[in-house]
Design a protein around this ligand. Structure first.
Ligand code: NAP
Ligand code: ZN
Ligand code: ZN
Length: 362
């Protein structure tokens, strides 16, 4: 018989898990493997709350397995290193994102695109090579192969940096790959949440003109004054949308729910590119006429490889970019998830894991 989550590995671990499709999280005891020769053991300090955590906790994609400890925007301190680990030492500040392993030998792994490896292992809701389940960062500790650990630049705040491990790389990677970085070009960002607000900051750092396209005017002042966007467009204001037709070179669409693409494709110039990053539970309709008649491109992108993740962190440190965060305690996670579902977060919840778990275990 398979061992219980608490007994399958030698080291005790504690976190919060979703136990069923309600997505409600509650305390959970489990275990972590011994630190292998290639491994780094990390004491988790902070973990961001990505909308993917919410999709997964509620089984919106249909492949959730419970109990599930979400969390893939992890910042922590190294507490142990294996004998082959030269890159990191005890007390280093490090990050872990969406994946914790891959095959390391396929064409994608060889190109530093581990995120596209057919055997890539997600940080949670997946299976390790040894057949045990992966549990994520809403927990006190994690053991990760060194290749999937990045260094946090010294100047970065631990809480504001955590969301870069998923949200940051997810917007940075397509901007580089699809050539959306030419200074002076006009970038539209649909959805001002975790991904969207980091995209504004990274877009400005590349020298782009940035327009936020949001579903209401609620976030307008902050987008312009605090985040540094150049303009703001409310997507359900037909007159303003029409006035902006054909003005944008690139669009990054971060909307987490099913929505129409047609209005956003109209905002693109001929040869414009729209990258969809959101993962709604049902497919989107793809309007063909505007693509054909305007030689427009619609593409997707999934986080980024480990080398590029480190590059993104160094880029953000150089440009003084961190996420705007609302720091919460672990026992506030269910309220935070409810607010996230309503797009009511400025602009990423980050769990103060170390402090809140230490207290709840007393
Ligand atoms: P988030 O913080 O909830 O932001 C999503 C934003 O989309 C909201 O703030 C809201 O912005 C807008 N929005 C939400 N529902 C909407 C609706 N019904 N109609 C129009 N706009 C709506 O989420 P996130 O963490 O940034 O993640 C966004 C999506 O990307 C999720 O689906 C997530 O799973 C996915 N994701 C993908 C990758 C990848 O590798 N491709 C990585 C991470 C996350 P406004 O208030 O401005 O309208
Ligand atoms: Zn994520
Ligand atoms: Zn591979």
């Amino acid at each position: 018989m398979a061992k219980s989550p608490e007994e399958e590995h030698p080291h005790k671990a504690f976190g919060w898990a979703a136990k069923d499709t309600s997505g409600i999280l509650s305390p959970f005891h489990f275990s972590r493997r011994d630190n292998g020769v290639e491994d780094v053991t990390i004491k988790i300090l902070y973990c961001g709350v990505c909308h993917s955590d919410l999709h997964a906790a509620k089984n919106e994609w249909g492949f959730s397995r419970y109990p599930m400890v979400p969390g893939h925007e992890i910042v922590g301190l190294v507490t142990k290193t294996g004998s082959n680990v030269m890159k990191f030492k005890v007390d280093d500040r490090v990050g872990v994102g969406v994946m914790v392993n891959s095959c390391k030998s396929c064409e994608y792994c060889h190109q530093d695109l581990e995120n596209y490896c057919p055997q890539m292992i997600f940080t949670y809701n997946a299976q390790n090579h040894d057949g045990t389940k992966t549990y994520g960062g809403y927990s006190n500790t994690i053991v990760v192969d060194q290749h999937f650990v990045v260094r946090i630049p010294d100047s970065m705040p631990s809480d504001g940096c955590a969301p870069l491990l998923c949200a940051g790389i997810t917007v940075y990677s397509p901007m580089k790959y699809y050539g959306m970085t030419e200074p002076g070009k006009h970038l539209g960002i649909v959805g001002l949440g975790g991904l969207g607000h980091v995209a504004v900051k990274i877009g400005k750092a590349f020298g782009l003109k940035v327009t936020v396209i949001s579903s209401s005017s609620r976030k307008e002042r902050e987008a312009l004054d605090r985040l540094g966007a150049d303009s703001f467009l409310v997507s359900n204001d037909p007159a303003k949308m029409k006035a902006a037709f054909g003005t944008m070179d690139y669009i990054i669409d971060t909307v987490s729910a099913v929505h129409a693409l047609a209005p956003f494709l109209s905002l693109l110039k001929t040869n414009g590119k729209l990258v969809t990053l959101g993962l709604p539970e049902k497919p989107l309709e793809l309007p063909i006429f505007p693509l054909v008649l305007g030689r427009k491109l619609v593409g997707g992108s999934d986080v980024g490889g480990m080398k590029e993740t480190q590059e993104m962190l160094d880029f953000c440190a150089k440009h003084n970019i961190a996420a705007d965060v609302e720091v919460i305690q672990m026992d506030q996670i269910n309220t935070a998830m409810e607010r996230l579902a309503k797009s009511d977060v400025r602009y990423r919840f980050v769990i103060d894991v170390a402090n809140s778990l230490a207290q709840s275990q007393l």
